[in-house]
Design a protein around this ligand. Structure first.
Ligand code: 13P
Length: 293
């Protein structure tokens, strides 16, 4: 069932869980995410990042995501991730997306506020919830500089400014920065729970953690306990699926020189790997709670 971003986060709040938001720039990923939600009994968010336009153009992947959500027995939100361009956001809204993120985190505060407000006015005409970001992780989500040690360039979200930002923009959920980064972690991620708890104390909207893949299960649980209600996850799942395809090819080559790897073998192994990985993430984020659906 296709569900609004506001409603899916309200379900997460009600059950004290976080909903997994998987970037799904392929058929294998869309299918794996929806099936993982159905099998575990928890909601899920299918995300398309504007930065993935070249891998999976919105006009191709968007209708598939919406159709998959509508047909599913699970609660599924179809979300636009890290959108920096409001005309692109309108295209996603017209396709039926039920969540959208305007990302002005790289802009000066006042510009971030005014653009986020414009996004809020646009989204209000649709059955869609709005996410905006304050603070910066120092890395983009679209693959640029993907192996990173950019934590030093991150700016944690200021809890006082967060309350003001929410009031001024009218956003529904807030992406905040407290120590995670997009992409591959070079060292152990160090999350600042004091910052997170402080934000949670000052604001009353659901909080989002970006840069969620590569974070340990124990850290996930602490984040959920500290009030995170949506976790964005992409890079490590994509890496695991890539490694599984590479192993498949190596195994075929080891068998005998006449073996052929067909494309459909790769799609199967990628789907299975993502399915197992996504179920694991959903289960950890469910924080020991009983299935929702
Ligand atoms: P990762 O790169 O850690 O998977 O984060 C993805 C993300 O935050 C997308 O918005």
């Amino acid at each position: 069932m296709l569900v609004n971003l506001r409603d899916i986060c309200a379900v997460a709040e009600q059950h004290s869980i976080a909903v997994a938001s998987f970037n799904t720039p392929s058929f294998e990923a869309v299918r794996a995410a929806v099936e993982a939600a159905e099998e575990t009994g928890f909601p899920v968010i299918l995300s398309h990042a504007q930065g993935h336009e070249e891998i999976a153009p919105l006009e191709w992947i968007g209708p598939m995501m919406v159709e998959a959500a509508e047909r599913s027995s699970a609660l599924v939100c179809v979300h636009l991730d890290h959108c920096e361009d409001l005309s692109y956001m309108r295209k996603a809204l017209d396709l039926g997306f039920s969540g959208a993120m305007y990302d002005g985190s790289f802009l000066p505060y006042d510009e971030n506020v005014s653009n986020s407000k414009r996004a809020a006015r646009m989204v209000a005409n649709y059955d869609c919830g709005l996410e905006c970001e304050l603070g910066s992780m120092g890395t983009r989500e679209n693959g640029a500089g993907h192996e990173n040690d950019h934590v030093g360039q991150a700016t944690y979200t200021d809890p006082d400014q967060a309350a003001e930002f929410i009031e001024e923009t009218g956003l529904d959920i807030l992406a905040c920065s407290f120590g995670t980064v997009h992409g591959i972690y070079k060292g152990e991620p160090h999350l600042n729970y004091d910052v997170l708890r402080e934000i949670r104390n000052r604001v009353d909207v659901p909080l989002v953690m970006h840069g969620g893949s590569g974070v340990s299960d124990a850290d996930y649980q602490r984040c959920v306990e500290a009030g995170i209600r949506k976790v964005n996850y992409f890079t490590y799942g994509a890496k695991f699926a890539g490694e599984a395809v590479r192993k498949l090819i190596k195994d075929f080559e080891a068998k005998d020189s006449g073996s052929i790897v067909y494309w459909q073998d790769m799609t199967t192994v990628a789907h299975e790997t993502l399915f197992e990985d996504f179920k694991h993430v959903i289960n950890v984020l469910s924080n020991g709670q009983a299935p929702v659906a």
